[in-house]
Design a protein around this ligand. Structure first.
Ligand code: GUN
Ligand code: ZN
Length: 430
């Protein structure tokens, strides 16, 4: 028997890239909309008044009139192992890793700790309207088991994979090229393609991997073309300088990954603040994607991401929170800071473009846009119900907004987890 549900609300989603100018394309907005979900997938959307009379008698209708329904948010880069050190004072990237991130990650040798943090982390994501994420765990295989099991239990679409790191980091966090390869392979076989889970080969960054380890990761990436690759790239100038010494044969930091066969479709690179035109051109040609992590780039003092150059080169871009370098798991907070990062460079980002970066654009960066990211028929029905009245300031400000573009932008600037009325996975409320 078909499980059929309908949701009445204002509905907004992207049909493609809305562009960054003031005349947006590819946006569908239904003031009085109806989303019909069958067996967890989108069956139809349209005008509620027109569609309601045609609903079969067994369809359960949930009325969210006055609220805004959008696709579930997608976080393209986040560390579940760093939730306990979010907002740690005073350091830039390399010192921050030594002082805060690595010590926090050492605790994930304990599987029980990993399971407890994974549960907390995924509940926080859902509370913030994030329904899919590309997640860094730690070097410990039990941390990978913990995040996948927790996502599977909740029915979440999630991509993750064991972190590979064998030098320039504490001995307690090191693997080696051989164990990196065999443990990743075992975890791919265990988790990849199970329900809504996908695997990502995850060398932390070129600073903490030997050339032999990156080669092993590249070999694995060739052997399993449908898994993701996930790493950091060109986040901080001190890091870029280290890479030039560590890989003297390389033309650039990006070139290290390209030469070692880690740049391809489904490869996602966090940050990318320091790329040149050749890097961008090659990234676009090879199908790699960028996770733009504004709160992290500001908090760690890394710099300003040039979204315009990435887009002009044709690179896929989604947003990431990068917690714990990032300061919030909330997508409004992340997009609000993205706007400011672009504004400082005299670039623009209207609300529709921001929505795209956290939904369909992010899905496209992860090569998951055939399944998630908007409400076209057949997609998985992951969505968020947004509350304009979540806080007294949004309630007041949104009364002044004259149209959906203004409402969305004000929500992005002022919203937080109070703006999330409900989160749904495959048509089920979480
Ligand atoms: N580069 C290598 N590891 C990390 C990390 O954990 N966080 C951030 N922001 N950058 C990194
Ligand atoms: Zn990161």
């Amino acid at each position: 028997m078909t499980d059929r549900k309908a949701f009445r609300a204002s509905i907004l989603h992207c049909l493609g890239d809305p562009g960054s100018d003031t005349e947006p394309d590819n946006i569908e907005y239904l003031e009085d909309g109806l989303l019909i979900v069958e067996d967890g997938h989108v069956a139809a959307i349209g005008n509620a008044q027109q569609m309601m009379p045609g609903l079969s008698a067994d369809t359960e209708v949930t009325d969210y009139t006055g609220k805004l329904l959008v696709p579930g948010f997608i976080d393209c880069h986040v560390h579940f192992s760093q939730v306990d050190i979010i907002g740690s004072y005073g350091e830039q990237l390399l010192d921050w890793l030594e002082r805060y991130a690595y010590p926090a990650e050492e605790a994930f040798a304990d599987a029980e700790h990993a399971r407890a943090v994974a549960d907390f982390f995924l509940d926080e994501l859902l509370k913030n309207g994030t329904t899919t994420a590309l997640v860094f765990p730690t070097v410990h295989p039990p941390s990978v088991d913990a995040i996948f099991a927790a996502a599977d239990k909740r029915g979440m679409r999630l991509v993750s994979g064991k972190v590979l790191m064998d030098e320039n980091c504490p001995a307690s966090l090191r693997d080696d090229p051989e164990s990196a390869y065999t443990q990743s392979r075992e975890l791919i076989e265990k988790w990849h393609g199970k329900n809504r889970l996908g695997y990502a080969i995850t060398p932390r960054f070129a600073v903490t991997s030997s050339e032999a380890q990156l080669k092993a990761a590249g070999r694995l990436a060739n052997e399993f073309p449908d898994v993701h690759v996930h790493t950091h790239l060109a986040e901080h100038l001190d890091e870029v300088e280290l890479i030039a010494k560590q890989f003297p044969w390389s033309r650039s930091y990006f070139d290290v990954y390209e030469q070692l066969e880690l740049v391809r479709e489904r490869a996602v690179f966090a940050h990318c603040l320091h790329l040149d035109d050749t890097d961008r051109q090659r990234m676009a040609e090879l199908g790699g994607a960028i996770a733009f992590c504004p709160t992290s780039n500001l908090f760690l003092g890394s710099g300003l991401f040039d979204l315009r150059a990435a887009r002009d080169s044709g690179i896929r871009v989604g947003v990431g929170t990068d917690v714990g370098g990032g300061t919030s798991l909330n997508m409004f907070r992340t997009l609000g800071e993205a706007y400011k990062v672009l504004h400082l460079q005299e670039h623009s980002m209207p609300g529709f473009q921001a929505l795209y970066l956290a939904t369909l654009g992010a899905a496209s960066a992860l090569y998951l846009d055939d399944r998630i990211g908007n409400f076209t028929t057949g997609k998985e029905a992951d969505f968020v119900v947004l509350d304009y009245d979540g806080s007294s300031i949004t309630e007041r400000r949104l009364k002044q907004a004259r149209n959906i573009a203004e409402k969305l932008f004000a929500l992005i600037t002022l919203g937080d987890d109070r703006s999330i009325a409900a989160t749904y996975l495959l048509g089920n409320r979480t």
